[in-house]
Design a protein around this ligand. Structure first.
Ligand SMILES: Cc1ncc(COP(=O)(O)O)c(C=O)c1O
Length: 429
């Protein structure tokens, strides 16, 4: 393997050997060769401030010294055994997850990705309830297996094959574009209440589960109003279903003030799923449930790579750094600072229709007049921020929402730098 290809050589190999569905950001895709803390570097050595973290994943920054040190030690000690054997990293990580997740969540199953974590969660719910009907949300994203695509509420991320039966998509609690054309709180949470009619009219009258993200990530950081989850989950439980909180994007302090996103919403999940930032970039997915629900998971289930000792060690190190450095509180404080700056930009630039999210999960919805989604301005913002060496993400059904998610240990001066770049870029539009 060569380590010294330049960007255009990398691009030509990418074009020739990768499936065309492997899409990249930017007109001229960015080929990255190094990451250190809050920075990544391209093949020509240019430095970029990374405010997207490989989709909310390198949440302690790239190559975090403690995560890397412990992970390298584990690679030299024991690298792989499969779930057929017990390992210290796996059982200790499971114990840690039981200790830091809310309520009675206790028993874990580890996999390699968020897709598999959500698959496992739905499988558990179906086994436990003996029911096949699942409620998901419009604007949700669950991954790229057939089931995960079927759970996903974006046409663009549903390839043929996303047609597993039994899944109904309830309305998203998307207040900026209320699907019922109402306004909170006068709406009295009509979108949540509609789940009851959805169950009564389109299922057998019982459901296995409701799978939802505490803040819809790929959907463009759609943040439900207060009371949404309490109402929705009460209805789900009335019809026999379990509540699965998908913490793939919102977990481990990302939303500030709480370790998990769902803890902001005053409901207790029966199952939670994790991935992305869990191991600061090492591949891992996790699903945790209560003792009682876990009892239904008899029969055989195996994962060759799930619970891999190296990934579990990286996850344990990541979670311990979050705890030791009190990042949950840090994100609450620094997130407020960042949001205030973004609200200032919103009052300056009329194309910023909405600023939403929590902690260091900041969504900026870009619109034309009358709130018409404006993905072409987002593409311009992307080219200009790239020029100024700032990386951010995007999302939303229409591709018109900026997703800004720096590492959790970011400081005020870095936020000031990013806001200055955004201000300059916005001023040029
Ligand atoms: C909320 C949520 N769930 C599940 C997934 C799927 O995770 P993965 O890409 O690791 O399979 C994603 C990925 O973006 C996600 O955002």
């Amino acid at each position: 393997m060569t380590n010294n290809l330049n960007s255009s050589q990398i691009k030509s190999k990418h074009d020739e050997y990768m499936l065309p569905c492997v899409v990249n950001y930017y007109q001229e895709p960015l080929a990255l060769t190094k990451g250190e803390g809050k920075y990544v570097y391209d093949a020509e050595g240019n430095q970029y401030l990374d405010f997207f973290c490989g989709i909310l994943t390198t949440m302690l920054g790239h190559s975090h010294p403690e995560v890397n040190r412990r992970t390298k030690e584990q690679i030299d000690k024991l690298q792989h055994v499969s779930t057929l054997f017990q390992t210290i990293p796996m059982v200790e990580l499971a114990e840690k997850m039981a200790n830091i997740t809310p309520g009675g969540l206790k028993k874990s199953f580890f996999t390699n990705s968020g897709t598999e974590a959500d698959e496992t969660a739905v499988m558990i719910a179906k086994k436990h309830t003996g029911c096949d009907d699942v409620i998901a949300l419009r604007h949700a994203y669950s991954g790229r297996s057939s089931l995960a695509m079927s759970l996903t509420g974006h046409s663009s991320w549903r390839q043929p094959g996303a047609s597993i039966p039994g899944i109904r998509h309830a309305l998203s609690p998307y207040c900026y574009r209320c699907p019922m054309h109402l306004k909170y709180p006068g709406c009295e949470l009509a979108c949540a209440k509609d789940i009851e009619e959805l169950i009564l009219t389109s299922t057998s009258g019982r459901v296995a589960c409701f799978l939802a993200e505490p803040i819809q990530g790929v959907g463009g950081f759609i943040t439900p109003p207060k009371g949404y989850f309490e109402t929705a989950v009460e209805i789900i439980r009335k019809y026999g279903g379990l509540f699965i909180a998908d913490e793939v994007q919102t977990g481990f302090g990302r939303t500030g003030g709480k370790m998990f996103g769902i803890e902001h919403w005053n409901v207790q999940p029966d199952i939670m799923t994790f991935a992305k930032g869990f191991a600061n970039g090492f591949p891992i997915g996790g699903t945790i449930t209560t003792d009682e629900v876990a009892k239904s998971m008899t029969g055989l289930s195996i994962s060759t790579f799930g619970g891999n000792p190296v990934s579990c060690t990286a996850a344990m190190a990541t979670v311990e750094v979050v705890e030791k450095e009190n990042l949950v509180q840090h994100v609450a404080e620094i997130g407020n600072y960042f949001f205030d700056k973004m609200f200032e930009l919103q009052s300056k630039y009329p194309f910023i229709g909405d600023v939403r999210g929590k902690g260091l999960m900041i969504g900026v919805e870009v619109v034309k007049e009358n709130k018409e989604p404006d993905p072409s301005t987002v593409l311009k913002i992307f080219e200009l921020t790239k020029e100024k060496k700032l990386l951010i993400g995007k999302g939303g059904l229409y591709g018109n929402v900026l997703r800004i998610t720096p590492p959790l240990n970011i400081q005020k001066n870095d936020i000031d730098d990013a806001v200055m770049i955004l201000d300059k870029v916005f001023g040029k539009l």
